[in-house]
Design a protein around this ligand. Structure first.
Ligand SMILES: CC(C)(COP(=O)(O)OP(=O)(O)OC[C@H]1O[C@@H](n2cnc3c(N)ncnc32)[C@H](O)[C@@H]1OP(=O)(O)O)[C@@H](O)C(=O)NCCC(=O)NCCS
Ligand SMILES: [Zn+2]
Length: 251
């Protein structure tokens, strides 16, 4: 059994001005490039929380925790869709905190950080949005079998069913470090009416073992956790409020 900690928060936690002190210079510069305040807040909360969670895991002071970034997609020489040269991808704690595995996701009113020891993780939370072009998204993200199964759902369940697929796929691709660049359609997963599982992986570097678990992110959201392990997953959810409120002072 692999135990994974999930720390949940909201962008509103960014009201605590001390959280910004936990970001390093590169993170602050990245945050300033977001056009919308909501995106800046999600970023501030996610990245300060990541530091606090890793600090708690490794017994370090939060402001001594440093991360490197690794994108499996770019590392394999694949063209980056954005052509970005900026370090990006999955965050890996460095130094004394190395070995703590981490994944970050933010959408709408949700920010989540997943952490465990030694087991690569991916977490995804998606706000269920009926304003998006479902057919277009399904064409991009789903395999033919998944599109067929989705169209068999009663119409009222299709939007949520689609975001269940999305969260399960994106969590899987974040666990391997490929992210969306790996191609959502390269991972086939079970549908909303079945327990979360990877059905097939046609991408270039299929992981040997991947476990999936649906997470409860509240109504209007779909969320999933993936871990590269043959063992069953067990998750423990925490409200990150008190960790964030303590912020830097008591780390
Ligand atoms: C990051 C990505 C996987 C998910 O985007 P999203 O659904 O909008 O956002 P989420 O909040 O669920 O996840 C974002 C977090 O995933 C993490 N992440 C980024 N790339 C990752 C990767 N390759 N593997 C695992 N985790 C990754 C980061 O921590 C990121 O948060 P941050 O940008 O605040 O640091 C997606 O942006 C992506 O892969 N894009 C690929 C296209 C692209 O522009 N790639 C650039 C070079 S390959
Ligand atoms: Zn990349």
């Amino acid at each position: 059994m692999v135990s994974v900690e999930l720390w949940w928060s909201t962008p509103r936690a960014a009201e605590n001005p001390e959280l910004s002190d936990l970001l390093d210079a590169r993170e602050r510069a990245r945050r300033e490039r977001f056009r919308f305040q909501d995106d800046r807040d999600r970023y501030t909360v996610a990245h300060s929380l990541a530091r606090l969670v890793v600090a708690r895991f490794s017994g370090r002071a939060p402001d001594t925790v440093e991360f490197s970034r690794y994108c499996a997609n770019c590392a394999s020489g694949q063209e980056t869709p954005t052509g970005s040269r900026e370090p990006h991808g999955k965050p890996y704690p460095l130094g004394a905190a190395s070995g703590v595995e981490l994944s970050i996701s933010h959408s709408g009113e949700r920010v989540v950080v997943a952490a465990a020891r030694e087991v690569p993780l991916g977490v995804d939370v998606e706000r269920v949005s009926s304003e998006r072009d479902l057919a277009g998204l399904a064409g991009y993200a789903l395999t033919e079998a998944e599109r067929h199964a989705l169209s068999g759902l009663p119409p009222d369940f299709r939007t949520e069913g689609f975001f269940t697929y999305w969260a399960r796929k994106e969590a899987s691709l974040k666990a391997t470090g490929e992210g969306l660049g790996g191609g959502l359609a390269s991972v086939e997963v079970s549908g909303a009416d079945a327990a979360a599982a990877v059905v097939s992986w046609t991408g270039p570097r299929p992981p040997r073992d991947v476990r999936l678990l649906d997470l409860d992110a509240g109504s209007g959201y779909r969320s999933a956790l993936a871990a590269l392990t043959p063992e069953p997953l067990h998750s423990v959810s925490y409200d990150a409020g008190s960790l964030l409120a303590r912020g830097r002072r008591h780390g």
